[in-house]
Design a protein around this ligand. Structure first.
Ligand code: SAM
Length: 281
């Protein structure tokens, strides 16, 4: 019998093939093609628009670094907004913080949430948490209507700039996030592949600098994403990305973490010279 493979395009010229052991779900929703399948190498995988978004094996490198870097850099995050993040992994990490009172998550596609609850329950484990507030809707519309200075941290856990995700990679969206953040607020958008899309990563930095005085980049290792090394922008209204971390707060959460630790937080902002130069404003 012919092997089933999932072909994940890294860019126009390059493709990775994943052997599929079982196909679990496929549907074209009003927003995107949603596929869920099992692979021998990375466990259960969610693909959106034909591109791998989450895998059971390597999701911690993405979710822990997206959530904990800004949440520990911020002195006292109480209200957190997640845009996208339908698999629930970022929400799972945010609600771990004892000081967080509410995590609002605005995801456009209900089907992603439902399928991740069914097939990736260890990732989608926090939707019923008392601090979690899931809203099904468009992230840009939500931010446009949100009151000024109403969140401490905003995490943009979106798909890449395709389909419904396009509006989340614009200067207008970043300006609206700046308005909605409190005086010492931090915005972290997932920002693409540093190996395959360095120009796109630099473009995110350029757009963010139209609203934020301080923009840095850090990376994490996510093998199912193009080039493995994934970029996150760190746009801040006040807190420095690495100075002033509270070791006691980090130690309090240590037993619940598998990827993030304080030294890694510091190291994640150290980039190779050519990238540092390319991403500098
Ligand atoms: N880590 C992933 C990646 O980079 O591949 C992202 C994972 S998460 C599943 C992305 C989510 O963003 C999807 O569930 C998608 O439906 C959601 N999304 C895309 N555009 C959106 C929008 N405008 N508002 C809210 N959610 C959106």
């Amino acid at each position: 019998m012919a092997k089933i493979v999932f072909r994940d395009p890294l860019n126009r010229n390059t493709v990775t093939e994943h052997v599929v052991s079982e196909w679990l779900f496929s549907q074209e929703t009003p927003y995107q093609q949603v596929d869920v399948f099992r692979t021998p190498e990375f466990g259960t995988v969610l693909a959106l628009g034909g591109v791998i978004n989450v895998s059971e094996r390597d999701e911690i490198g993405y979710h822990e670094m997206l959530a904990h870097v800004p949440l520990f850099a911020h002195p006292n995050p109480r209200r957190v907004l997640i845009i996208g993040g339908g698999d629930g992994g970022t929400l799972r990490e945010v609600v771990k913080h004892p000081g967080v009172e509410e995590a609002v998550m605005v995801e456009i596609d209900q089907v992603v949430v439902e399928q991740c609850k069914k097939h990736l329950p260890q990732v989608a484990s926090a939707f019923d948490h008392p601090k979690a507030n899931l809203i099904i809707g468009d992230g840009l519309a939500y931010v446009n209507e949100a009151p000024d200075a109403s969140f401490d941290v905003i995490l943009v856990d979106s798909t890449d700039p395709v389909d419904a995700g396009v509006v989340l990679f614009t200067p207008e969206f970043y300006a609206a996030c700046h308005r909605v953040l409190r005086a010492d607020g931090i915005l972290v958008p997932q920002s693409d592949s540093i190996v395959y899309q360095p120009t796109r990563v630099a473009g995110v930095g350029k757009m963010l600098r139209e609203s934020f005085a301080s923009v840095d980049f850090y990376t994490s290792i996510v093998p199912t994403y193009p080039g493995s090394l994934w970029a996150f922008a760190f746009a801040s209204k006040g807190p420095h990305p690495t100075r002033g971390l509270d070791s006691a707060r980090i130690a309090e959460l240590d037993a619940q973490l598998s990827y993030y630790h304080e030294e890694l937080h510091q190291a994640a902002f150290v980039l190779p010279k050519f990238l540092r130069d390319q991403l500098r404003g």
